[in-house]
Design a binder for this molecule. Structure first.
Ligand code: GLN
Length: 451
C-alpha cells in the first residue's frame, strides 16, 4: 500500500531519491513468513520506513544528497540500518536531503527540492525534508532523520509531524556520513509520539563502533510515551526564544501550548539563558570547521565521482576538478568558512571563541535544569516558507534553526511535535520540548500528554 502511495504522489512531492521496491517487498514477505511460522515479532515488524540518504545501506546507493557520491553503493550497513533490519522494519528507500545535511529547506539537494505536502510550493524543512515529507504525505509511517542543528526537528515542525533529536551519543553514528561529528545525531521521525518512541527504542543503544556512543541503558522512552503526564512537572520558558523574527501565529500557538501545560498540572518557570543569543554564531563556526575536516575524505580516490582522470592529470588536479563539479555552493561555502576559522592566526579568535560560547550554553542549560524538568519553545520562528524565498540568502536560511541549535551545542535531547496551525497561513506549528542528556524519556512523557 505504501509503494502504491509513493507511485501516486512522489512525482510531485519528491521525498525519495531511491525506492527499493524489490527489497521492501522481499522484506515484507520475510516478515509474513516469520509470522506464519509462529516466530515472536517485535512491535515494528513489517512496518515501512523511509531512511534519510545519509545512512549507509549495503544494497542501496547512499548519496547524502550530493553529486560527489552519485552511484556509490556502500560495502556495509550503518549500525542504525542494521538495527532497523534486526527489528524487521521494511525499508522503502532513501529520502532526499540538503547536500551533506547542510541546509534548512532541502533546496540544497543536488537532486532537486522536495515539496511540503501541506503546500507543494513551500519547503518541507531541512536538511531532512525528504523524511518529513514522506510522513506528511503518508508515503511512510516512520522515517529516520539526523539533527546537527535542527534537521530532524525543524522539518517535523513545518510538516506537522513528530521528530526527536536523542541525546548526543544515544544513537550510533557508525555509517552515518559525517557533517559535524560533535553535533550530528540520528533520530526517529513519525506521525505520533508513541510511534517515535517505538522507533527510538529500536535504533538507540551503545555501539562499540562509535567512540562517542554512550554506554548506558536506553532511557525508558516507550514506557514514558504510554504514560503521558505533566502533573507536578516544572516546565521552563526561556526569554531568549522569543522576539524579533517570530511569526505572530507561531507565538500564539506556543502560548496556547503553555496554557495547556498549566491546565494539565505543570508549573511554568521563566528562564533567562543569555548565552543562547550567541548559539547561532558559535554553531556557524563549529559546524563548518568540523565539516571542512570531515569532507577532506572526498578526494575522488576513495568514493563515488571522479572527474578529469584521463591519464594526463595529477591526483591533486583530479581531486580539485572532482570537488569543483561534485560539491554544491553551500558545501563549498562551509568548507571555505571552516578552513578559514581553523587556520593558523585565526583559530583562537574564531574556533576557540566558539568553543568557549559552547561551554557557556551548556552551563546555561545546566542552571536551567536545576530549576525545571523540561524546557519548551517554538521549534521554528516561522512556518514553512516558499521554495526559493531564502535560497540566495544564507543568513535568512540559518535563522530557521534559532531555537534548535542550542540543544545540539549542549548535547541534550529535544522533540518537536505539532501544536496546531498558524491562523495567518494555515500551516503547521511545532512545539519544541528540551530535556537534559539521557533524560529523553521526559520528552515522550510531556509530548504524549500534550499531543
Ligand atoms: N540547518 C542547519 C545547517 O544548515 C542544521 C542542519 C542539520 O541539522 N543537519 O547546518
Amino acid at each position: 500500500a505504501h509503494l502504491a502511495r509513493i507511485d501516486a504522489v512522489d512525482e510531485k512531492v519528491h521525498a525519495f531519491l531511491h525506492i527499493d521496491r524489490e527489497g521492501a517487498l522481499a522484506q515484507a514477505r520475510a516478515v509474513d513468513a516469520k509470522r506464519e511460522a509462529g516466530e515472536k515479532l517485535g512491535p515494528l515488524a513489517g512496518v515501512p520506513l523511509a531512511l534519510k540518504d545519509i545512512f549507509t545501506t549495503k544494497d542501496m546507493p547512499t548519496t547524502v544528497g550530493s553529486k560527489i557520491l552519485e552511484g556509490w553503493v556502500p560495502p556495509y550497513d550503518a549500525t542504525l540500518t542494521r538495527k532497523l533490519r534486526a527489528a524487521d522494519v521494511v525499508i522503502l528507500g532513501k529520502t532526499n536531503m540538503d547536500e551533506f545535511a547542510m541546509g534548512s529547506s532541502t533546496e540544497n539537494s543536488a537532486y532537486g527540492p522536495t515539496g511540503n505536502p501541506w503546500d507543494l510550493t513551500r519547503i518541507p524543512g531541512g536538511s531532512g525534508g525528504g523524511s518529513s515529507a514522506a510522513l506528511a504525505s503518508y508515503e511512510a509511517p516512520l522515517a529516520i532523520g539526523t539533527d546537527t542543528g535542527g534537521s530532524i526537528r525543524q522539518p517535523a515542525a513545518v510538516t506537522g509531524t513528530v521528530g526527536v533529536k536523542p541525546t548526543y551519543g544515544g544513537v550510533s553514528r557508525y555509517g552515518m556520513v559525517a557533517f559535524s561529528s560533535s553535533l550530528d545525531q540520528g533520530g526517529p521521525c513519525a506521525r505520533t509520539v508513541l510511534d517515535a518512541a517505538l522507533l527510538h527504542e529500536a535504533i538507540a543503544g551503545h555501539d562499540p563502533m562509535d567512540s562517542t556512543s554512550i554506554d548506558a541503558p536506553v532511557p525508558p522512552v516507550v514506557e514514558a510515551a504510554r504514560n503521558g503526564s505533566v502533573e507536578g512537572m516544572r516546565v521552563g520558558v526561556v526569554k531568549q526564544f522569543r522576539g524579533e523574527g517570530y511569526q505572530a501565529g507561531v507565538l500564539q500557538r506556543f502560548d496556547e501550548s503553555v496554557e495547556l501545560l498549566k491546565s494539565l498540572g505543570a508549573t511554568i518557570v521563566e528562564l533567562d539563558c543569555p548565552s543562547f543569543d550567541l548559539a547561532l554564531s558559535a554553531y556557524y563556526l563549529i559546524a563548518p570547521s568540523e565539516c571542512s575536516s570531515n569532507l577532506a575524505r572526498f578526494d575522488a580516490m576513495r568514493y563515488g565521482l571522479r572527474v578529469g582522470d584521463d591519464g594526463t592529470r595529477s591526483a591533486e588536479d583530479v581531486t580539485a576538478l572532482t570537488r569543483e563539479a561534485g560539491f554544491g555552493d553551500e558545501v563549498k561555502r562551509r568548507v571555505i568558512l571552516g578552513t578559514y576559522a581553523l587556520s593558523s592566526g585565526y583559530y583562537d579568535a574564531y574556533y576557540g571563541s566558539a568553543q568557549k560560547v559552547r561551554t557557556l550554553i551548556t552551563q546555561d542549560f545546566e542552571k536551567a535544569f536545576e530549576q525545571v524538568d523540561v524546557i519548551v519553545s517554538p521549534t521554528t520562528p516561522t512556518t514553512a516558507f516558499p521554495i526559493g524565498e531564502r535560497a540566495d540568502d544564507p543568513m535568512a536560511m540559518y535563522l530557521a534553526d534559532l531555537c534548535t541549535i542550542p540543544t545540539n551545542l549542549a548535547g541534550n535531547s529535544a522533540m518537536s511535535l505539532p501544536c496546531g496551525l498558524a491562523p495567518e497561513d494555515g500551516l503547521p506549528v511545532g512545539l519544541q520540548i528540551i530535556a537534559p542528556a539521557m533524560k529523553d524519556d521526559r520528552l515522550y512523557k510531556v509530548g504524549s500528554a500534550v499531543e
